[in-house]
Design a protein around this ligand. Structure first.
Ligand code: SF4
Ligand code: SF4
Length: 250
């Protein structure tokens, strides 16, 4: 088995659902400091892996605590797999850096040192949809991502080229835009990350837990999504659940 296949096999054995490879050149237009070569100057490949979050936890807002729980559990799984594959590549003589699934943020800005989403598009996993998230044919945006930057010259996959989101907009009625509790997503596909984060960290802490929102993800019908939230259908329910959990009127 060649090295590319061996790496992909190890990724999938780490309980991942999707894996692809791209080259550092495909990400050369990323902002300075966030390109693979800025992280590892001798990089020759970027491996991207995705794990599918349980569909059941997207029956939001009822399932918000378990959705949040999985967010952190899956980040650990992704980081653990990336560490093991990096250790294997290092044992073969290649400097290799796992890029964390979520943190650290750079200079308190709301993005990481390498965009897993952009790398995943180039590695053929999916597209950037209107919700600004990596959206896959198999699981929509109900995934978490991690990347590995390595000196190993692996065979790159073709970039993803379908227009899943555009083809689905008549069906979804822009549910991700309409259902966002703070209207952080515009119809043009711009996202106000500050608003989104403020909602999750300042407004939504209905308990001591650091809750995650995920309504835009749960709203998207791409991939089989049994518990999707149709446009406008759950907004009142979110308010009721807040009142139930906090004992306060909102
Ligand atoms: S996670 Fe929630 S607040 Fe953030 S963009 Fe999606 S729906 Fe809006
Ligand atoms: S809900 Fe509709 S507009 Fe939003 S990402 Fe999904 S398909 Fe695109």
């Amino acid at each position: 088995m060649d090295l590319t296949q061996e790496v992909k096999k190890r990724v999938l054995e780490g309980e991942m659902d999707l894996v692809g490879v791209t080259s550092p050149e495909s990400l050369k237009d990323a902002p300075e400091g966030r390109r693979p070569a800025d992280i590892l100057p001798t990089a020759k490949s970027v491996v991207v892996a995705a794990v599918h979050v349980l569909d059941s936890v997207y029956d939001l807002p009822y399932t918000r605590y378990e959705y949040t729980n999985q967010f952190f559990i899956l980040n650990s799984m992704l980081n653990s797999m990336a560490f093991k594959v990096s250790r294997y590549l290092e044992s073969q003589g290649y400097r290799t850096l796992p890029i964390p699934a979520a943190y650290p943020r750079v200079n308190k800005e709301i993005f990481g040192i390498l965009s897993h989403r952009h790398a995943a598009v180039q590695a053929g996993l999916g597209e950037m949809a209107l919700n600004n998230l990596l959206t896959t044919p198999q699981f929509g945006s109900r995934i978490r991502l991690v990347s590995i930057v390595t000196e190993a010259a692996l065979e790159a996959d073709p970039p993803f080229e379908e227009n899943l989101c555009l083809k689905t907009r008549t069906e979804c009625q822009l549910a991700c835009v309409k259902n966002c509790p703070v209207l952080a997503i515009s119809e043009e596909g711009l996202i106000d990350k500050t608003k989104c984060l403020h909602y999750q960290e300042q407004i939504m802490p209905w308990s001591a837990a650091e809750l995650r929102c995920g309504v835009c993800i749960a709203s998207c019908p791409i991939g089989e999504n049994k518990w999707k939230i149709p446009a406008g259908s759950r907004a009142q329910k979110v308010v009721e659940m807040k009142e139930l959990w906090t004992g306060a009127k909102w």
